[in-house]
Design a protein around this ligand. Structure first.
Ligand code: NIG
Ligand code: FE
Length: 414
């Protein structure tokens, strides 16, 4: 007998998402969750040792501990590839204004939104930022998110942007948090009259500090009408790429400005939002291997009728991921299960397609596809036991937490 630290057994099925080839899952294959009915997972040293029929694994492994899945689904932990996890305060006052009819853009133009958060960020204490981010991270974990991305972008000045990335680093105990520098999230109050100067500061002052400190893997820009133009985005992201960072883009969220095309041109790892992406942009992303990271919870939370053309993207052969966009303005949730349901309703995804987008493809959207996102030998033992016997129920019975148990790095989280 071989030794294992943990044997997860008595599952109705283990959704492995292991297609046995590298790269994200595209097209028809997104409907295949690579299920092992009556499966079990053997775990050792925080990694997956083997997946297979429970009988076979029971005969092969002597496990120090057994976790009974109770006849329910076992699947990879969610990967949330787009969040703004570090922020100084919630903005429920703006939510109430939106309930009464003001739009997100009206509130932002009047000095609310991201600039509101930036003003508070600059007065925030490090320990308060850490406590808030840690609590949200913990809640995300208990909702099944085992790997998460986190952006800066509420500092909008050098020291506050650096602080934001340091805070994100501080809550990352075990390499489960991917950091993204988003100094170009908005033009702060003091540079409204001199945008060029702010772009210069992002490129010449912030970026070198981020790179020297090893504070981020990715650089992102909010490329949007009235925020950063295509030309400004190209300059910032080009400089980031030259400095060794990988590239992401908030693209074509509220208006179609050619963000998807720019992501393809720059060789971005992902382009995110994409509500207004053009057909040419979709083709360009598919051709360049850019992961389309869709944020259906944001369309929902902003009360938009428009959702990204997710179905069209799948048909065009684009790799599609989904994320929460967790932030205090446009998407105050850390729950990927809610995102799966809104992806089904907003894009016409099947539950299986949405689950593929929330696991293996999401892992590729943050450059972690070789380590997490599927249950495969050698990968991190990040998996969740649900309280439902089939994956359709995860999307269908919505608004509740279906995660019964989280296994993170092979350890059972209680
Ligand atoms: O991804 N789109 C830009 N940034 C965030 C919103 C940030 C905020 O409102 O605080 C987003 O939706
Ligand atoms: Fe965002």
């Amino acid at each position: 007998m071989e030794r294992a630290d943990l044997l997860v057994t008595n599952a109705s099925e283990v959704l492995t998402l292991d297609h046995g080839r590298p790269g994200p899952v595209t097209g028809e294959a997104m409907r295949d969750l690579c299920s092992v009915p009556g499966g079990a997972v053997a775990i050792g040293d925080g990694k997956v040792l083997a997946v297979g029929p429970a009988k076979d694994l029971a005969a092969r492994y002597e496990a120090a501990e057994t976790l009974d899945a109770g006849g329910n689904v076992v699947m990879p932990g969610f990967v949330d590839p787009h969040t703004h996890l570090v922020f100084p305060a919630t903005r429920e006052d703006e939510f109430e204004m939106r309930c009464l009819g003001k739009s997100y853009e009206e509130i932002a133009a009047a000095g609310g939104g991201i600039r509101n958060s930036a003003r508070r960020m600059r007065r925030a204490k490090r320990e308060d930022l850490v406590a808030r981010a840690r609590a949200l991270r913990r809640s995300a974990l208990l909702h099944g998110t085992t790997t998460i991305e986190a952006k800066s972008g509420y500092g909008l000045e050098t020291e506050a942007e650096i602080l934001s990335l340091e805070v994100a680093g501080e809550i990352d105990d075990r390499g489960d948090l991917v950091r993204t520098f988003l100094g170009a999230h908005e033009v702060p109050d003091e540079y409204r009259g001199d945008r060029d100067e702010y772009v210069r500061i992002v490129i010449e002052e912030m970026l070198p500090r981020v790179v020297e400190g090893g504070l981020a893997t990715f650089c992102d820009v909010f490329c949007e009408e009235g925020v950063f133009s295509i030309e400004e985005s190209r300059r910032i992201l080009g400089a980031a790429r030259d400095a060794g960072l990988a590239i992401k883009l908030h693209a074509d969220e509220l208006h179609g400005t050619g963000g998807a095309e720019l992501a393809a041109e720059l060789g971005a790892v992902s382009a995110d939002h994409l509500i207004r992406a053009s057909d040419a942009g979709i083709r360009a992303m598919a051709g360049a291997g850019v992961v389309a990271t869709l944020l259906p919870g944001t369309s929902y939370f902003l009360g938009m009728k428009a959702f990204a053309p997710g179905r069209k993207m799948v048909e065009a052969g684009c790799a599609v991921a989904v994320a929460t966009d967790c932030n205090p303005g446009s998407s105050m949730t850390e729950n990927m299960q809610f995102v799966i349901t809104t992806a089904c309703l907003g894009y016409g995804f099947t539950p299986a397609e949405a689950i593929t987008a929330a696991t293996i493809n999401a892992a590729h959207a943050v450059g972690m596809g070789d380590f997490v996102g599927s249950i495969a030998p050698g990968k991190r033992a990040d998996l969740i036991v649900l309280d439902v016997p089939n994956p359709r129920l995860l999307a269908y019975h919505h608004g509740v937490n279906h995660v019964a148990t989280v296994v993170h790095h092979g350890e059972v989280v209680r």
